[in-house]
Design a protein around this ligand. Structure first.
Ligand code: 5IU
Length: 262
């Protein structure tokens, strides 16, 4: 069973993609299955908080188009931090257009984002476009890949059971570039080679006033079956983001250890 198997064993499976291997490896090295979402409004805040939380995360997630003042230097500095502190960068663009358009958009991301998120709504051809760009850059860049969205954490979303099943099928079809799926339930992913990334974690709040629904770290790992948890406001809005990241990291990692130990 995926949720009972350790990251080390899962990383070593034959069908585990290069990008999933990179995530498993960093996670084990840093004892962290925390992905921080830095949805701040300026490039200065992005770099400032990134540096503070860097020792505690395996993935840093951005919505780069929501941040003011991002330049090439911002991206360079983010990449330097990623190297220095051993984490991956994920641009949460949720690409969703036809293959050709996604391919054009992804060409602008592939150089700095180790991972991008995609919606499955337009089908597998979109992933073919991404795969082509990854192949074109395979010699000059470390392995790249995607997380595909199978479920959303907000109430009132339009995703159906059928959509989830078809999304898993697409993920299996493009396993070479698949880090895993973004979802909310433990039974979406059965294959241990794929990672479950789950947003909607907060220790202090149960929701926001725009539909977001939160769970505790232990719920997200034990009940919802997350391998990697995404925490945004719980960390970057804290008075002490470094300390908050450490608290979330330890809580998430200890729950993961508990999950695989029995
Ligand atoms: N995010 C979700 N829910 C989802 C998906 C993505 O919250 O279903 I797919 C993103 C949005 C935000 C982060 O960047 O994860 C969660 O941030 P907060 O912890 O601040 O709610």
């Amino acid at each position: 069973l995926r949720t009972k198997l350790g990251f080390k064993e899962r990383a070593e499976l034959l069908e585990t993609s290069k990008i999933a291997q990179r995530i498993f490896k960093i996670s084990l090295e840093k004892k962290s299955n925390l992905c921080v979402a830095l949805d701040v409004d300026t490039a200065d805040k992005l770099l400032d908080i990134a540096e503070k939380v860097a020792p505690h995360i395996c993935i840093l997630k951005t919505h780069i188009d929501a941040i003011n003042g991002v330049t090439d230097a911002t991206i360079n500095n983010l990449q330097l931090l990623a190297k220095q502190y051993n984490f991956l960068i994920m641009e949460d663009r949720k690409m969703a257009d036809i293959g050709n358009t996604v391919k054009l958009q992804y060409k602008k991301l592939v150089h700095w984002a180790d991972i991008v998120t995609v919606h499955s709504v337009s089908g597998g051809m979109m992933l073919k476009g991404i795969q082509e760009v990854i192949n074109e850059n395979a010699e000059s860049l470390d392995s790249r890949g995607v997380f595909i969205v199978a479920e959303l954490s907000c109430n009132g979303n339009l995703i159906s059971e059928q959509y989830i099943k078809e999304t898993v099928k697409i993920a299996e079809e493009y396993k070479d570039i698949m880090a895993g799926l973004v979802c909310q339930s433990h039974d979406v992913i059965s294959s241990p080679s794929l990672l479950q990334l789950t947003p909607g974690v907060n220790i202090k709040n149960a929701n926001d006033n725009l539909g977001q629904q939160y769970q505790s770290p232990s719920d997200i790992i034990l009940t919802k079956g997350a391998d990697i948890a995404v925490v945004g406001r719980g960390i970057y809005q804290d008075d002490n983001p470094a300390e908050a990241a450490k608290v979330y990291k330890e809580s998430l990692w200890n729950t993961y250890l508990e999950r695989v130990s029995n």
